[in-house]
Design a protein around this ligand. Sequence first.
Ligand SMILES: NC(=O)c1ccc[n+]([C@@H]2O[C@H](COP(=O)([O-])OP(=O)(O)OC[C@H]3O[C@@H](n4cnc5c(N)ncnc54)[C@H](O)[C@@H]3O)[C@@H](O)[C@H]2O)c1
Length: 323
Amino acid sequence: MPESQAINQKAVKIVIVGAGSVGVTTAYALLLSGLVTEIVLIDIDAARAEGEAVDLSHAAHFAQTHARVRAATSYADCADAAIVILTAGVNQKPGQTRLDLVRTNHALFASVVPQVAAAAPDTILLVATNPVDVLTHAALELSGFPPERVIGSGTAMDTTRFRHELGRHYGVNPRNVHAVIIGEHGDSQLPVWSLASIAGMRLRDYCAQKGVAYDEAAMDGVAARTRGAAYEIIQRKGKTNYGVASVLTSIVEQIVKSSDAIVTVSRVGEYEGVGPVALSMPCKLNHTGSHMDVPLLLSDKEREGLKRSAGEIRGVIESIREG
Ligand SMILES: NC(=O)c1ccc[n+]([C@@H]2O[C@H](COP(=O)([O-])OP(=O)(O)OC[C@H]3O[C@@H](n4cnc5c(N)ncnc54)[C@H](O)[C@@H]3O)[C@@H](O)[C@H]2O)c1
């Protein structure tokens, strides 16, 4: 039996809190993915959630497998959800950093997360709202869930952009580039150059085999474009939605299929002696959540960078506490 049929034999309910741009694009991607049997949209703007749900339910007609889409006005409707995706909140305006959003979105989480946790004590929380690392930490504290069940989309998006940029530079399919961005989903993120590889060869070895020089300046450009991609997109269209929706759908897929795939997602832990703090490292995803079984082998410089990134996020967490 095809794997997709096996999955769809059991009910998979996903709740999306926030029926804005990220929330509904994710709902649409999930609907077409055939991974879920029910999608529930919750938004403070109940009319908007209702309108989006009706529109999506018409699109459901064309999906490969049927899924029910509906809006709800109460968090009680999170009951039995496999995953609750949190996308509610204000987004970046041109020129704003993700950390600029922190107070508004933290207050929103303080009101929403306890209600979700009460209605769905066994669910997995998947946080997309920015600043995603600070809010993943907040969601853990506000829910009382174990760390493996509170996942931030983190640098999964940045890792995708990094591989895209490296693939373009080296003229290979990004799927064959193994490289990750770790740390903050934000300005202090860091590319792990020491482990980046193509066709099983570290980048410097790949270049040597190819007979070309390893171009340090070009690699700096790749890292800068990766870090700045969201700013560039927001400058032009005011938001980002398709990339993040695809990343969220992929994370849902790994959890629902219990695939043990390794993805750079954010989770709370202690990193380089700093913690508790949420940041992204390669984690194994399955039906019980995210797991960081094996510490990443980093160079001393990268460990320093990770410590700096953890310190920056931790600083924001402490500044919220101080009011
Ligand atoms: N993690 C990522 O990679 C990533 C990428 C893009 C955007 N984001 C973040 O996702 C969030 C949403 O972005 P967007 O573009 O969808 O914004 P949006 O303005 O389009 O949607 C936000 C939605 O949240 C709703 N909302 C506000 N307060 C609420 C509450 N208390 N309860 C329920 N719903 C509430 C609003 O009514 C709105 O529909 C932002 O914080 C943005 O920065 C994250």
